[in-house]
Design a protein around this ligand. Structure first.
Ligand code: ADP
Ligand code: ADP
Length: 226
């Protein structure tokens, strides 16, 4: 089942001589449960693409369909709901709320959505993340790897259509990086959670089902990883 389709996406920043074509005719589709790695040199448009998929930024032209829905046809209110429910974003530097504890950070999208936290699901999530006993800790009381696990929990809590991760292991040592990869792969394989991840690290890209390479705003390679 197709969960995401991107059609002829372009993104232009600036005007006139300052114009930058960050994306220039990007098209692909992703099946539910796929794990896609996006690779490419710095400045090639990877983050721009991820931000558009998460509706944090909008394209200059082209379309994004998520779960059959034309994302940028939605009004602001619908887009706000889309960002909380349909996508889960994971960043290199975690982006946790410093004054909220582990459980409060993980359940933030559910709370913002005005829904009741499902206690059973929360317990399962804390166990999956390996954060049992850390529930009341603030981000600055956790290691980098633990903070990233919290941010992954926050991304997964609403069971989004797609988890979008931008260099999630970029700030971690190799041991913690591999732990984060095992966690993301577990959510991908065990729960069929679709995952799109930007990485610079070849060893990490090789753990994906599929690798899309981007250069200068174009897809230059899109291959199943065997
Ligand atoms: P990557 O994630 O592959 O490093 P980006 O998507 O961050 O690439 O950037 C692609 C291009 O768009 C780069 O030339 C970058 O300088 C430019 N760019 C990104 N964001 C902005 C912005 N907000 N304003 C202007 N130019 C931008
Ligand atoms: P759908 O309408 O597509 O079934 P739901 O919003 O009912 O989507 O739930 C999708 C997933 O999100 C389910 O797997 C459910 O366990 C989880 N979920 C929904 N609401 C909550 C909540 N309040 N707390 C934790 N998990 C939730």
């Amino acid at each position: 089942m197709e969960i995401l389709r991107v059609e002829n996406l372009t993104k232009v920043y600036g005007k006139g001589e300052n114009e930058v074509r960050a994306l220039d005719g990007v098209s692909f589709s992703v099946e539910k449960g796929e794990f896609v790695a996006i690779i490419g040199p710095s400045g090639s448009g990877k983050s721009t693409l991820l931000h558009i998929l998460g509706a944090v930024d909008e394209p200059s032209s082209g379309k994004v369909f998520m779960d059959g829905k034309d994302v940028f046809k939605q009004n602001e209110e619908q887009l706000a709901i889309f960002r909380r429910r349909q996508v889960g974003l994971v960043y290199q530097f975690y982006n946790l709320i410093p004054v909220l504890d582990v459980v409060e950070n993980i359940t933030l999208p559910v709370q913002l959505d005005g829904r009741k936290v499902n206690r059973e699901r929360l317990r399962e999530m804390v166990a999956l993340l390996g954060l049992h006993g850390r529930e009341k800790h603030l981000p600055n009381q956790l290691s980098g790897g633990q903070q990233q696990r919290v941010s992954i929990g926050r991304a997964l809590m609403n069971s989004p259509s797609v988890v979008l991760a931008d260099e999630p292991t970029g700030n971690l040592d190799s041991k913690n990086s591999q732990e984060i990869m095992e966690l993301l792969k577990k959510s991908n394989k065990k729960y069929n959670q679709t995952l799109i991840m930007i990485t610079h690290d070849e060893n990490i890209a090789l753990q994906a089902d599929r690798i899309i390479a981007i250069e200068d705003g174009h897809i230059t390679r899109d291959e199943v990883n065997r």
